[in-house]
Ligand binder design. Structure first.
Ligand SMILES: *Cc1c(COP(=O)(O)O)cnc(C)c1O
Length: 414
């Protein structure tokens, strides 16, 4: 982890966060390049010589600088829209290392994927397979596909990020998958490549992954019996990170369990959160301290539009003062933003010593932080900075007030 105190001041690698705040203003997202690279490499190296591709899930953090850093060290990418696909291509990623997930790929998305030679479409329904076949037939190319099956295992995570149960909208029921594979296999313009599953996000236990793996391996052997070859198995993302004091999955042990079961099948993984989550922080300034008889509120300049996870999932993020030695008002604080919603908080009940003007780091904010941010309450989206060693780079400039409405039009007809 590259976020640590040096001389009582929180640093990202060798850069003092206080200096970043002076240069770039508040609030601010800060990422560590070293952490991003090390996190991806941990997955990559766990496979040793076994054929594999670690496809970073772009939706976790889609800044093109992040994608570029990962592309340079050999990452593939898991994308869910043409927007994410174009980001990857603009950042120097290769189409031949991209897998396309998501339940509703449009004609345009399929066309673009085929045109630039995407690695694989992860098909989520029969209707989607039909659409891919139509587009491929028109373009006279063979579309590479895998079918996302829903293995019906409980990922034991937050219901909003659990995707592998029958009641979820994702994937094809495992019992219906064979028929769909036969249909794909018999199509002239479909090239069956793989089998895919993704059971949820922020898993802290390896057992649901292994349950899902055993179920899909059983399906693969049934497919093989029917003469349908599966070249790769994509086990999705979902490896959890430590936000608080969670026990987390040991990646090399998880991959080891996997490799003991899969023979020489090529493995694709799609980790998002595990690559960037703890490689980023959100830094915000205390505007006002407001205490009444039973509550202490620190009103900060960051809000739910900048970092939605606490409001959306009730998610916990650790909060650290930038200046560890700061002495202010000791209390148990709720950190609340300026937005007109009671749900607008980034943390609750935190023992901190605060003064107005202090900077606070909301930790583990690198995944599903900036990418879920919005302009709610007409708040410009914040700047993002990447640190590498003792250098720092602006990777997204702060939006201006003009940016907020310069794509809008007043109706001129009176
Ligand atoms: C969201 C998602 C991922 C990434 O999940 P993480 O929990 O961030 O690793 C991977 N694959 C698919 C299909 C997804 O929807």
């Amino acid at each position: 982890m590259s976020f640590s105190y040096q001389n009582h001041s929180l640093h990202a690698e060798s850069v003092d966060i206080a200096d970043l705040m002076a240069s770039y203003g508040s609030p601010l997202y800060v990422y560590s390049r070293t952490d991003i690279e090390n996190n991806w490499r941990e997955f990559d190296e766990a496979f040793g010589q076994h054929p594999h591709l670690v496809c970073y899930a772009v939706k976790a953090n889609s800044n093109i600088a992040v994608l570029n850093v990962l592309a340079k060290i050999g990452a593939g990418f898991d994308i869910v829209s043409i927007g994410e696909f174009e980001r990857v291509l603009a950042a120097g990623g290769q189409a031949s290392k991209c897998v396309f997930s998501g339940v509703a790929k449009t004609q345009l998305e399929i066309e673009r994927g085929l045109e630039v030679g995407i690695r694989c479409f992860n098909v989520e329904s029969e209707a989607e397979l039909n659409r891919i076949e139509q587009v491929a037939t028109r373009l006279k190319v063979k579309a590479p596909i895998s079918i996302r099956v829903n293995p019906n295992v409980d990922a034991k995570t937050h219901p909003y990020i659990s995707t592998g149960l029958k009641e979820n909208k994702f994937g094809v029921d495992i019992d219906d998958a064979i028929a769909l594979y036969e249909k794909a296999h018999n199509s002239e313009y479909i090239n069956v490549q793989g089998l895919d599953c993704h059971i949820g996000s922020q898993l802290t236990d390896v057992l649901p992954f292994i349950d899902a793996l055993d179920k899909v391996l059983e399906l693969i052997s049934k497919l093989n019996d029917r003469g349908i070859e599966i070249a790769h198995l994509d086990l999705g993302g979902g490896v959890g990170i430590r936000y608080d004091d969670e026990r987390v999955i040991d990646i090399s042990a998880y991959v080891g369990e996997m490799l003991r079961r899969v023979g020489d099948l090529e493995i694709i993984l799609e980790p998002g959160r595990a690559i960037v989550g703890n490689a980023g922080i959100f830094v915000t300034k205390v505007e006002f301290l407001k205490q009444n008889s039973d509550k202490s509120f620190a009103i900060i300049d960051g809000a739910m539009n900048d970092l939605l996870r606490p409001a959306f999932y009730g998610a916990y993020h650790n909060v650290l003062p930038i200046n560890e030695a700061a002495k202010g008002v000791d209390a148990i604080w709720d950190l609340v933003g300026p937005i007109c919603e009671t749900g607008d908080f980034l943390a609750k009940d935190r023992q901190l010593s605060l003064s107005e003007g202090d900077y606070l780091a909301v930790m583990s904010a690198g995944a599903y932080g900036f990418t879920m941010s919005s302009n709610y309450n007409s708040r410009p989206r914040v700047a993002e900075v990447m640190v590498s060693g003792d250098t720092h780079h602006l990777i997204r400039k702060r939006e201006t007030i003009q940016d907020l409405f310069n794509t809008e039009y007043i109706v001129q007809s009176g």
